[in-house]
Design a protein around this ligand. Sequence first.
Ligand code: MG
Length: 264
Amino acid sequence: MRAAAVAAGAAALTLVAGAAFAQATPKPEDTEQWTPVPPIVTPGPRASDKPDAPPSDAIVLFDGRSLDQWVTTRDKSPARWVVAGGVLVVSKTAGNIETKRRFRNYQLHLEWRVPRNVTGSGQARGNSGVFLASTGPGDAGYELQILDSYNNATYVNGQAASLYKQYPPLVNAMRPPGEWQTYDVVWTAPVFASDGALKSPARVTAFHNGVLVQNDAVLAGETLYIGKPVYRPYADAPIKLQAHGDPSPPLSFRNIWVRELAAP
Ligand code: MG
């Protein structure tokens, strides 16, 4: 009996130590949400495969011709993704790119296309992303996820049009690979006091192919792969596109523009 009790005690201690260890080292899975799965909404057919022209007061970030407005996030050197045929193709080896300009509150339009020959599954199928504010190198900031979510299950707060690991999209409005997708986003930047304290959180409203997918979502901080979101003070920031390292063929972008907005 005594030996058994000692063994049970040791096992309990191991469990406690294990739990403490698990708390100290968060895993990516800890912040994955798998249910409920957003219902599928089929967007209306496009009248044309051509993009709509930007409104008159838009700042055009990519018009199909040049990457003048963009730099490599890593070292601020000229962006080295591939511009061909009026389209911007991700270069996974060149890494993330971001705008030279910095923004606070804005309306953003961008179009993206998963290649028809996309491969892989889950997060390794057409992964990219638009960081609504790039607050640092790598994937630092606030990511609106880009992914092939057409018949491709993954954690729902990591599927296309999710605010990564914080909000699944309200619905899945994905078009199939090979077709252009649109994002229209209203970004309200977080506001910080002079001592760095959060005065008001970031908010996102977004439409995917014209369908509402984020309705004034209030963020808990930057979107992190591992761990709970946290805020880090910033004033204005570039918009960043993700060169994700998944092995599937690269995505394309076109028709990217932004309209700066006053604070709401
Ligand atoms: Mg991504």
